[in-house]
Design a protein around this ligand. Sequence first.
Ligand code: PYC
Length: 316
Amino acid sequence: MELREPVHVIDSHTEGEPTRVVISGGPDLGSGSIHERMQRFCKQFDHFRSGIVCEPRGSEVVVGALLLDPVQPDSSAAVIFFNDVGYLGMCGHGTIGVLTTLAHLGRVAPGLHRIETPVGTVEATLHEDGSVTVENVPSYRYRTKVEVEVPGYGPVTGDVAWGGNWFFLVADPPCELTAANRIELIAASTSIRAALHANGVTGRDGAYIDHVEFFSEAKDQENSSRNFVLCPGASFDRSPCGTGTSAKMACLYDDGKLAPGTTWKQEGILGTVFQGSVREGSDGQVNPSIRGHAWVTGESKLLFAVDDPFSRGIKF
Ligand code: PYC
């Protein structure tokens, strides 16, 4: 069997949501800013993205993270996040997974680290107990109480907010937020996303809103709220979603319901929790932080035979 160069990956999960970090064997994206290198990745090596995260080597749940050399000498890493349908600006659970993976490899020690992403450099602290706090990119609410007519569901109202990705946040879910209801929740959130698109509801500068987030009361009284997050494509976040929690906290801050420094405990669909808080930023934005825990689950060499019809992944 003739093989292409193997790809060394380390898998982890952050509060239930998987991250696959590409350690070696990735495409040569040349030099330049992380944003420029992401453009090259999309245009010339998209088959690499799909081959790493899609079936048969991955699944729609997996978020990939391509490790690159950072531009700034004081950064610990640069990273491009991707999934089964495309690329993510930032990824909270993924950043926790990346730092945990780098610690597993012995490349970072507990302390503060700077990680470059296509939407800005984030700081992340690896704590002695193995948990990670991510100081996410500045986040803000862009539009409040937007009503959209959703075929089969009627009018749905939500806020549009940025937390490193674009979110539509809905406080009135169609059913109880439980993993058992995931099929119904995916159907409803996918219909909302399509209706936003059909009605021209976007993020700033016409950006496509690719995440939809439902909220309800927390199941555990210790926590502040529970969510369900539809990710780009048809997968849902098994974790409480770092960028989604950031978008939520930006809205709460805007409503005067979350004071800077107060802990917000966001429970996800599996009952796992991200602890968040905000610091006041400029122009009404907030600087959010989220803390969670990742666990390494595997270390593998992905093989690609030259005649494998699915070396670019299966496209459904
Ligand atoms: O944790 O920010 C996040 C995230 C985005 C998509 C999946 N997880």
